[in-house]
Design a protein around this ligand. Sequence first.
Ligand SMILES: [Zn+2]
Ligand SMILES: [Zn+2]
Length: 182
Amino acid sequence: MKLDLKRMKEAPGQVFEVAWEERWEALPHRGRALPLREAVSVRGRAYYQGGIVYLDAELDTTVELECSRCLRPLSVRVHRREALAFEEEPAVATESLGVPLEDFRYEHGAEELELAPYVEGLLSAALAVKPLCREECQGLCPRCGQDLNEGPCACETQGTSTHEPEPKDPRWAKLKDLLVES
Ligand SMILES: [Zn+2]
Ligand SMILES: [Zn+2]
């Protein structure tokens, strides 16, 4: 996923088509490595002008993860349309400061720009924090761990029907005594 900066700089303003399909093992996401079912695809256009590389691209892939409620395996299609601008660092760079990726900068005089780390970050950011198999997923019983999508568990029925819960409010207890007396 490298842009040929040398070629782009020789033709400022000229639009270059980009189309990459890359097989990645996994997508790093919140400290995990999510398996990818298909190649990562990046398609769009790029051009160079006045020290800045502009990229307008569609990012696509499908990741394997699990529902945050019921933990069933889930395939999630990730699609993003991005318009990015990468700025060339000044000739005299403030080198001591490691430039973070999100700054979208490239080394002064660089002849190519590797986009994979950016694509990785953008795809990861596009994933929901709590993915769901479906909106109304019932999740797991917090007590016994049963998948409640498959029906209620024993814990649930125990609490409800068989006996009435004791009233907590002492005024109710008093009222009960009065009723018994009368
Ligand atoms: Zn679920
Ligand atoms: Zn249960």
